[in-house]
Design a protein around this ligand. Structure first.
Ligand code: CAA
Length: 258
C-alpha cells in the first residue's frame, strides 16, 4: 500500500525517511507511527540497508504527538491501546543505526522521536522542546528519561517544567545533538554520515550501537565487561581480518559482513 505520511527514498545502502504531514507540522498520529514501524520492519529485513536517516521538513522535524487525535481519548483507551508503546519499542529495538536530521521544530513527541534515533544532526534552525506541560500533560515517549540523561537534570527540568525551547547551538553545547550544520546542508551531511556508516562492517556497526545503548541501561563494570566480550568476538569475523589487513596494506577496507 502506498505510504500516506512518509516519503521513503533509497540512497544506495541508506534509506532516507521523510515525515510528511505538512498540514500538521509532521505531528505524529497513529497512521504515521504505524507506517514508520512498517518501514523499519522492511529496512531491518533488507540486508542491503545498512543505515537510515529520519528527517522532516525545513519547518518542522515533528511538532509533537498529534494533539487533535489524542485530545478526546480516555484513560482506558490510552492504557488499553498502550498508546505510543508499540511504535516506541519498534524504534528502540531497531538494530541498524538511525540518524535524526532535524530542522525546525522538534517538540514533544518530535523531540522524543529524535532522541530515539542513534544520534541527531541539527540544522541551525532546529528548536527542541518538551512543551507537554502547556497541555496539562507530560512527555509520553521517553522525554523525561532520555532528555535528562542527554542534557542533565537542570536543563531537562527547565525545558520540561517551563516548556522553554532549546535552539540548535544550545542543543549542541548540551550534548543533545552531535553536530550543527547549515540548514541547506542538513540532508547532505546526514546522508554522508550514513554512507560512512554503511561502508563499515555491519557486524561491528550493530555491536557498537548495542553497546553504546547498553551504557544507558547498565552499570559501568557490566557494560565494560559486555564491551570486552563483544570486542573479542569480532575477531571471529572476516571483517576484522580485512579491516586490519587493509590498514597495514595502506588501502581502503572492503567489508563483507562476514
Ligand atoms: N498536533 C496536531 N496538530 C498540530 C500540532 C500537533 N502537535 N502542532 C501543530 N499542529 C498543526 C496546527 O494545529 C496547525 O493546523 P491548522 O492549520 O489546521 O490550524 C498547523 O499544524 C500549523 O501549526 P501552527 O499554525 O500552530 O504553526 P505556528 O508556526 O504558528 O506554530 C508551533 C508552530 C509552535 C510548533 C505550534 O504549532 C505548536 O505549539 N504546536 C504544538 C507543540 C506541542 O505542544 N507539542 C507537544 C504535543 S503532545 C506530545 O508530544 C506528547 C508526547 O510526549 C508524546
Amino acid at each position: 500500500m502506498p505510504l500516506k505520511t512518509l516519503i521513503v527514498e533509497r540512497h544506495d545502502a541508506v534509506t532516507l525517511i521523510r515525515l510528511n504531514r505538512p498540514e500538521a507540522l509532521n505531528a505524529l498520529n497513529n497512521e504515521l507511527l504505524g507506517e514508520l514501524s512498517g518501514v523499519l520492519d522492511a529496512a531491518e529485513a533488507d540486508e542491503g540497508v545498512r543505515c537510515l536517516v529520519l528527517t522532516g521538513s525545513q519547518r518542522a522535524f515533528a511538532a509533537g504527538a498529534d494533539i487533535k487525535e489524542m485530545s478526546d481519548k480516555s484513560y482506558a483507551q490510552m492504557f488499553m491501546t498502550d498508546f505510543f508503546g508499540p511504535a516506541a519499542r519498534r524504534i528502540e529495538q531497531f538494530r541498524k543505526p538511525i540518524i535524526a536530521a532535524v530542522a525546525g521544530y522538534a517538540l514533544g513527541g518530535g523531540c522524543e522521536l529524535a532522541m530515539l534515533c542513534d544520534f541527531i544532526i541539527a540544522a541551525e534552525t532546529a528548536k527542541f522542546g518538551q512543551p507537554e506541560i502547556n497541555l496539562g500533560v507530560m512527555p509520553g515517549i521517553g522525554g523525561t528519561q532520555r532528555l535528562t540523561r542527554f542534557v542533565g537534570k537542570s536543563k531537562a527540568m527547565d525545558m520540561i517544567l517551563t516548556a522553554r525551547m532549546m535552539d540548535a547551538a544550545e542543543a549542541e553545547r548540551a550534548g543533545l545533538v552531535s553536530r550543527m550544520v547549515a540548514a541547506d546542508k542538513l540532508i547532505d551531511e546526514a546522508l554522508a554520515a550514513a554512507a560512512k556508516i554503511a561502508g563499515q562492517s555491519p557486524l561491528a556497526v550493530m555491536m557498537n550501537k548495542e553497546l553504546v545503548n547498553a551504557a544507558y541501561e547498565t552499570t559501568l563494570s557490566t557494560g565494560v565487561a559486555m564491551e570486552r566480550r563483544l570486542f573479542h568476538s569480532l575477531f571471529a569475523f572476516d571483517d576484522q581480518k580485512e579491516g586490519m589487513a587493509a590498514f597495514v596494506d595502506k588501502r581502503p577496507a572492503k567489508f563483507t559482513g562476514t
